[in-house]
Design a protein around this ligand. Structure first.
Ligand code: SF4
Length: 262
């Protein structure tokens, strides 16, 4: 057999192996690029798996429109949408979506930035050291973790914990909007600059946002440091506690100026 013919037969065997392996959603890429394999599978009527296949965590992926999110009747239904969400590329690498947890009628909603590695592993917000610190801070104003609601702006982990991208926030924000509309808290606490800037649509530094009551859709918003930042800067724990005292005073009936003055 001539050398070109032998090479052609070898390529054909490789493609056959790739095609058969793809039936089990495994692509063998030894001698062909991924694009070549996808193109060949697509031409054979078997496009690469995208939407409508299986999302991380095993939930069936379906298109989640803004209207479906806005019409979710309760937190459980909304969580199911998040579990199958592929509205932005972050769904591809996540182990678990992190919807949020807590009391459905909580008076306080705590909003952070995005899941980290531990949250991605467990599917729960604010776990690990930062989560334990948050629990202690909440207890210092008489709020057990189970009495509040805790979530993030983004529901899927950005790779290497990088800052969320504007398009990711735009895709995910409707979930937070609906969570807040369903819970209707008395006070929202924005933990960290990212959550604060997203909720308040501002670019101001966190230091300029602390110490007063802001508004998001009519709900009072108090801004303070993220617990993960407190682990790196223990000197910020005291000012964070003071911010949370404002939350306590508002829950006890103080108006905004009284809450601010203490
Ligand atoms: S970050 Fe939000 S929009 Fe993006 S995939 Fe996760 S749940 Fe969907």
């Amino acid at each position: 057999m001539s050398r070109p013919a032998a090479e052609a037969r070898a390529r054909a065997r490789t493609f056959l192996a790739q095609t058969l392996s793809a039936e089990g959603n495994v692509l063998m890429l030894e001698h062909a690029t991924r694009d070549e394999v996808v193109r060949r599978l697509a031409s054979a009527g078997r496009a690469a798996p995208t939407k409508g296949s299986v999302a991380p965590g095993g939930a069936a992926a379906v298109e989640v429109t803004n209207a479906r999110i806005a019409e979710a009747p309760d937190l459980e239904a909304l969580a199911q949408l998040v579990a199958s969400c592929s509205r932005c590329p972050l769904h591809a690498a996540r182990k678990n979506a992190v919807f949020g947890e807590g009391a459905a009628e909580a008076r306080v909603v705590c909003v952070g930035e995005a899941p980290g590695a531990r949250e991605d592993e467990t599917g729960r917000p604010f776990v690990g050291r930062a989560g334990r610190l948050l629990d202690r801070l909440l207890m210092s104003i008489g709020l057990p973790r189970t009495s509040v609601y805790i979530c993030n702006v983004l529901k899927s982990r950005p790779p290497q914990n990088r800052d969320p991208l504007p398009e990711e926030v735009a895709a995910c924000a409707p979930y937070l909007v609906r969570q807040l509309a369903l819970i209707q808290p008395d006070v929202i606490v924005a933990f960290g600059a990212f959550a604060a800037r997203t909720l308040l649509e501002t670019k101001s530094a966190l230091g300029r946002l602390r110490g007063r009551v802001h508004r998001y859709s009519g709900y009072p918003v108090i801004v303070t440091y993220h617990p993960a930042a407190l682990l790196r800067n223990p000197g910020w724990i005291r000012p964070t506690w003071e911010d949370l005292q404002m939350v306590r005073r508002m829950l006890d009936g103080a108006d905004e100026s009284e809450a601010r003055l203490g």
